[in-house]
Design a protein around this ligand. Structure first.
Ligand SMILES: [Mg+2]
Length: 239
């Protein structure tokens, strides 16, 4: 066969995703470090609807529609409430994160998978640090992370706004080319990829994961890797 050169049995190519250049590991929190079907984020989402309903004096269905419009137009419901209604973010953050987490349990397999990652490890969330702290404690992951960058650290400018990524890169003091970012929302990887980070999309089959149907699907060009199982993926990569 022209151009065909058989490989010897000793030269098995390593097809595992190559992360040997990565020294900084950046993880989204909700629906990324715990499973999207755990119901945790659904509870936060319901609290957001409740907040919007009380704040604007709307019925639940109408509040839900407003919430989704704010999310679509401003990246997060909170950002929309700040931009369009001038709310104080602190009572909102306090209200929406008052949720039960007792069904989140220590994740030994994920702990082991993250423990082996060399370099610094960070949580990058549009939520608040208090919520992140509670979640990480429930999962048994607290000791594995160097920082939690929350919405306050982002100056209340959330992912997917480019400013949020520039901010965390400056905070971390690292070259984006040496960082990898993991997020369940594909759109949140666009600016990370544009800065030079290696991007991993955690596909949860959720409609919002691809930001559809109202928002155009994030281009696959911004997704370097896709997985449905974070632990399995981390255990498989070359580091
Ligand atoms: Mg998420």
């Amino acid at each position: 066969m022209p151009g065909y050169s058989p490989q010897s049995s000793q030269e098995t190519p390593d097809s595992r995703p190559d992360f040997r250049h990565v020294k900084h590991w950046v993880f989204d929190l909700d629906n990324t470090l715990y499973r999207a079907d755990s119901g945790v984020f659904a509870r936060i989402d319901a609290r957001m609807t409740e907040f919007v309903a009380k704040f604007l004096g709307l019925e639940k269905t109408a509040a839900r529609a407003v919430q989704k419009t704010l999310y679509r137009d401003h990246g997060t419901t909170l950002n929309g409430l700040i931009k369009e209604h001038g709310i104080d973010p602190e009572p909102y953050l306090d209200f929406v994160h008052q949720i039960d987490l007792t069904d989140l349990n220590p994740d030994g397999a994920l702990t082991f998978a993250i423990e082996r990652l060399p370099g610094s490890r960070h949580v990058f969330t549009n939520g608040c640090a208090h919520h992140a702290g509670r979640v990480l404690a429930r999962l048994g992951l607290t000791h594995l992370f160097d920082d939690v960058w929350d919405i306050r650290d982002l100056g209340f400018v959330p992912k997917p706004d480019a400013a949020a990524y520039r901010r965390i890169v400056a905070r971390g003091g690292f070259a984006p080319e040496k960082a990898a970012m993991f997020d369940d929302i594909a759109h949140n990887l666009v600016e990370a990829h544009a800065l030079g980070m290696t991007t991993v999309w955690l596909n949860t089959d959720a409609v919002w994961g691809r930001q559809g149907p109202e928002i155009p699907v994030a281009s696959a060009l911004h997704i370097d890797h896709e997985t449905r199982d974070l632990t399995q993926f981390l255990n498989r990569i070359r580091i």
